[in-house]
Ligand binder design. Structure first.
Ligand code: ARG
Length: 550
């Protein structure tokens, strides 16, 4: 609706920017469906009385518009107008979502777990939020490079290599898994704490690895391959796919050049043996780009990574999805990147809050570091039990509902907030949950199946207030997708879908469908079908399956 009114303003006063113009729901239904009060704000700019502005715009609007009071626009949509808009939405394969990213590339850096460790429930957020942003940007026509920035380099590999050689049995070494790697890390790290000798031997292994020693490189490569294999098992369950797994190690060779450039530009300076970039003037403290032992760190690696991505993909933007404890890191390195001249690329950090589990903080020490695999299995187990009660025990369905519930439990919240994962809430059939949306979809599918016939020539006829509200909501789908992308919050889309289901449910409860006479029956069925399509597409953008039978 905003767009329609903005367009009329633009036609009335060419050359002016009206992107701020907003349409609000009417305060009183007797004045119409919507109102727009922005003509009043424009009087000064356009040097015209607000009523004159509103009248000019009203004449150009494709919907019924009346000017009231000092220059309010009262807008009423007719059933014909709604019908034609719904038909346009229905006939568009992309359901009205503007391909505004066509020709543009965006790199999305998400999930990015550390290698040689099992994924735990703390990894859900980056994976699920990142994947939804990925899907939304693809729907908008962007070329998306989904990049898993694995933590695949660092001191832990010295400890791991030493542990692999000395803490594992032959059998464990042969059947190496991420669980075994985690175990050998824990054992080796504990030994390093007790013995100086062990510690220095870990360090030697690390140095050998850094110098490219063949045996250590081979082991390291094996650790990474095993880790990726294990991560991919999770990603398959979650329906997440990466275009590339460029871990931190990929940027090793680029870092020295980046540091030289920082020195050359006068951005980096020596301080107590280390090389730092002083960002105190920006209120961002100090970023170390080379440690006193000559090693590089996270900031250096991310700067090298920007350079590499810009050169390889020429992206319009790079989106990083990580927890909010990394905010300072991103602010620092975005600032340095801009000073290095990477100004043509928009760098965006999407920070998310911590997740607790059933009201308890997740912490290694408390021993409640639940493995992602276990959480997903538990979700399937619970859904299977419910489906069995209903006499419909299908493993595939239980996976679709279980994984959908886990994802939606996260995606329905603003990423910026901390969330608590709670089974009852995630699986509730009557609240704002994944299963609730999936059931709504399955129900509309079975209604359409039952109806069997639908006369396509009948057209939409939006008569009752319930139909009207649902119709107006469905028309907002494209802008909900755009908005979700603009603010990097899949929750905007989740909220929209939940509201849509609620409006559908009121419409469904108050409007007989199958028993109505042919024309009304057809018109209502078509509205139901369009609702189903919007819901299915919306769920798909969130990475949630939409089974047609539950
Ligand atoms: N591996 C990091 C972690 O586990 C996240 C990496 C995010 N991406 C980046 N380019 N810094 O916290």
């Amino acid at each position: 609706m905003d767009g329609i009114v903005q367009k009329a303003f633009e036609q009335a006063f060419p050359g002016e920017d009206f992107s701020f113009v907003r349409v609000l729901p009417a305060t009183d239904a007797k004045f119409g469906d919507f109102q727009c009060n922005d003509a009043l704000k424009l009087a000064k700019r356009l040097k015209l009385p607000p009523r004159a502005i509103a009248e000019k715009v009203a004449a150009l609007l494709p919907i019924q518009a009346e000017v009231a009071g000092p220059g309010f626009l009262n807008l009423t949509v007719t059933p014909e107008w709604l019908g034609s808009r719904l038909a346009a939405l229905e006939s568009d394969a992309n359901l009205g979502i503007a391909r505004q990213g066509e020709g543009k590339t965006v790199v999305i850096d998400y999930s990015s777990p550390n290698a040689a460790k099992q994924m735990h429930i703390g990894h859900i957020r980056s994976t699920v939020i990142g994947s939804a942003i990925d899907r939304i940007f693809r729907a908008l026509g962007y070329r998306v490079v989904a990049d898993n920035h694995l933590g695949d380099w660092g001191t832990q590999f010295g400890i791991l290599i030493k542990g692999y050689r000395e803490c594992l049995t032959d059998e464990e070494r042969e059947n190496l898994s991420v669980a075994n790697l985690e175990k050998c890390y824990v054992l080796s790290a504990a030994r390093a704490k007790e013995s100086e000798e062990w510690k220095s031997s870990c360090r030697e292994e690390l140095v050998r690895l850094q110098q490219g020693d063949a045996a250590n490189m081979e082991l390291w490569k094996r650790f990474i391959d095993i880790s990726i294999g294990e991560f991919e098992r999770m990603y398959r369950k979650l329906g997440v796919k990466f275009d590339t797994y460029r871990g931190e190690s990929y940027y090793n060779a680029i870092m020295p050049g980046v540091v030289d450039r920082l020195i050359e530009l006068g951005l980096a300076k020596e301080s107590e043996g280390a090389l730092i970039v002083d960002l105190n003037d920006e209120g961002l403290g100090v970023a170390i780009v080379r440690k006193s032992d000559g090693g590089y760190n996270y900031t250096t690696s991310d700067l090298a990574c920007v350079k590499s991505r810009v050169e390889e993909y020429a992206p319009e933007r790079i989106i990083y999805v990580t927890d909010d404890r990394q905010q300072l890191h991103f602010r620092q390195f975005f600032d340095i990147a801009a000073k290095m001249g990477y100004t043509g690329v928009k760098l965006v950090h999407v920070p998310f809050g911590l997740m607790s589990y059933q009201g308890k903080a997740i912490s290694t020490r408390e021993g409640n570091l639940i493995k992602l695999d276990d959480l997903l299995s538990e979700a399937v187990r619970r859904c299977l039990a419910t489906l069995e009660e209903r006499g419909n025990a299908s493993e595939k369905l239980a996976e679709e509902i279980g994984y959908g519930a886990v994802k939606y439990a996260d995606l329905s919240h603003d990423p910026a907030t901390a969330i608590d994962f709670n089974w009852d809430k995630a699986l509730a059939l009557d609240g704002n949950s994944g299963p609730y949306l999936q059931y709504a979809y399955a129900r509309v599918c079975s209604l359409l199946e039952k109806a069997e016939t639908l006369d396509e020539s009948a057209g939409f006829a939006v008569e009752s207030p319930f139909e009207k509200q649902l119709a107006l909501q469905l028309l907002k789908f494209p802008s909900a997708v755009v908005r979700a992308a603009e603010v990097y919050k899949p929750s905007v889309l989740a909220d929209f879908l939940y509201q849509t289901c609620q409006l559908y449910s009121s419409f469904y409860q108050n409007s007989p469908i199958l028993k109505s006479e042919a024309q009304v029956r057809n018109a209502r069925l078509r509205l139901c079908r369009l609702f189903g399509r919007v819901l299915c597409k919306g769920l798909d953008l969130l990475g949630i399956a939409a089974p047609s039978h539950i």
